[in-house]
Ligand binder design. Sequence first.
Ligand SMILES: [Zn+2]
Length: 97
Amino acid sequence: MPSKEGAISASLGKPITEAELANKPRYWMGDPPDRCDLNPSHKIEDTFVDGATDRGPWANMCPKCHRAHGRGIGQGQGQRYEKREVEGRTRWLKTAG
Ligand SMILES: [Zn+2]
């Protein structure tokens, strides 16, 4: 795993193991966010967090804004989704939270 990815993962909570992901994958339903709710100039690339913020309401955040304004990863805090290719389709897999 590249070090950049490792740093992001560490700041975004305990990841769900690959075995759990293979056994019971959970995917984002509907259209994924294109832009970060907290700063629309941030484009969502391959990871976002649907989570509580220090501003109150929940938001779909880029990892940078989640580090700055998120309330963590876990039940009642936030869920992390990552873009994956699954059987030729782009899907957003829940990888933590
Ligand atoms: Zn952002």
